[in-house]
Design a protein around this ligand. Structure first.
Ligand code: ADP
Ligand code: MG
Length: 353
């Protein structure tokens, strides 16, 4: 009996060691899996900088489908949109439209963009106007690559040119997808093209890799591709309009877009008065009342348009900060004195979440 028991206890010891070994291996596998799941190495970001849309563009992207390749595709899309709608490019769609006083057939993309610009003009009560080409040229702000102008046009020149400006002189036929410019009006899509280009580039990037993250920046306007490392917000400084190297605040964005219109990008000063590139379609003069307007929206087109429109309407800043969220944009407006006004919904993005 004794002997048998001894043999059994030896076997039992063997079995116990085996179970223990299996248990250890199991635990190791579970731990390894947990480490793989929770402590994944963060994705690395590829950064690409290039000049298009009349400004420096920065693409910061991470994609399992190849970050470098995706960054190049994004840049090419920004450049495609720029060339297509640049009024100074003789082969652009805008040049073709501007050089004719007859009906012009539009491709689908051009129709959709111009139609959107016309609708934005309506909802911003004319503050945003994509048909100010002649006025912008008169002031000399039409050639982005060249130096800023230095001369203020006369009142009679401005009065005269306003007769050849404005969306009321644009006919857009959605049935036949055609456009006709009356009274020698010229389109200038400079207040929407950058935002649209960012949105197109975003769409193309997401079609290639829906999980890509990062952001695209064009001259201060930003379209978020996805949160940093898949979950963290991107921290974006809002520039002090009077101090280029300091920020008046920080935004924490994981999605959507932000755009800023300011009087510090392109301007000249005569007799102590600052003349910049964003015009009040009613007066024909650079709009007064703001140093900068920053807008956060779901897409870059809306942010771009509403920052320009909010800048034009800055003298009615209460209306802008309270009503623009209804149009799709949260606003931070720095008025002429440097006082900051903001939509209640804007503050949400000024806190880390
Ligand atoms: P930026 O391009 O410097 O970021 P904006 O987005 O505000 O600034 O766009 C300004 C451009 O929009 C001008 O250079 C001009 O081409 C055009 N623009 C100027 N005034 C208006 C306006 N009232 N409505 C629409 N577009 C405008
Ligand atoms: Mg803008």
């Amino acid at each position: 009996m004794q002997k048998v028991w001894k043999k059994d206890s030896k076997n039992l010891l063997k079995i116990n060691s085996l179970v223990f070994a299996v248990f250890l291996i199991g635990i190791s596998i579970v731990v390894a899996l947990l480490v793989m799941i929770f402590v994944r190495t963060p994705p690395s970001y590829y950064e690409y900088t290039g000049f298009t849309l009349g400004t420096y563009c920065r693409i910061v992207v991470s994609s399992k489908k190849g970050s470098k390749n995706l960054a190049e595709i994004i840049f090419n899309e920004l450049d495609r949109v720029y060339k297509k709608f640049d009024p100074n490019n003789p082969s652009s769609v805008v040049s073709k439209i501007n050089s004719s006083d007859d009906w012009i057939d539009l491709d689908e993309e051009s129709f959709v963009l111009i139609d959107a610009a016309m609708k934005f003009s309506q909802i911003t009560e004319g503050a945003f106007d994509p048909a100010l080409g002649n006025l912008i040229k008169l002031w000399g702000f039409d050639r982005i690559a060249e130096k800023v102008p230095t001369k203020v046009p006369s009142q009679s020149e401005i009065d005269e040119i306003l007769k050849h400006c404005g969306v009321v002189r644009v006919e857009l036929d959605s049935r036949t997808r055609r456009i006709k410019l009356n009274d020698g009006v010229k389109l200038d899509l400079g207040g929407i093209a950058k935002g649209y280009a960012l949105d197109r580039a975003y769409q193309i990037a997401k079609e290639i890799d829906p999980k890509c993250t990062g952001f695209i920046e064009a001259g201060g306007d930003i379209r978020i591709l996805g949160p940093k490392f898949g979950s963290r917000p991107w921290v974006i400084g809002v520039r002090d309009p009077r101090k280029s190297d300091s920020a008046i605040g920080y935004l924490y964005l994981t999605e959507g877009a932000v755009a800023t219109s300011g009087d510090y990008e392109r301007y000249f000063i005569v007799d102590g008065v600052r003349y910049h590139h964003i015009f009040d379609p009613k007066t024909g003069y650079p709009s007064r009342g703001a140093q900068s307007v920053t807008v956060i929206a779901r897409d870059a087109t809306t942010a771009d348009v509403l920052s320009t429109a909010g800048f034009v309407k800055a003298q009615e800043w209460e209306y802008v900060v309270l009503e623009y969220p209804r149009l799709g944009g949260s606003v931070l407006l720095v008025d002429g004195d440097g006082t900051i006004h903001r939509s209640p919904s804007f503050s949400v993005y000024e806190r880390p979440r």
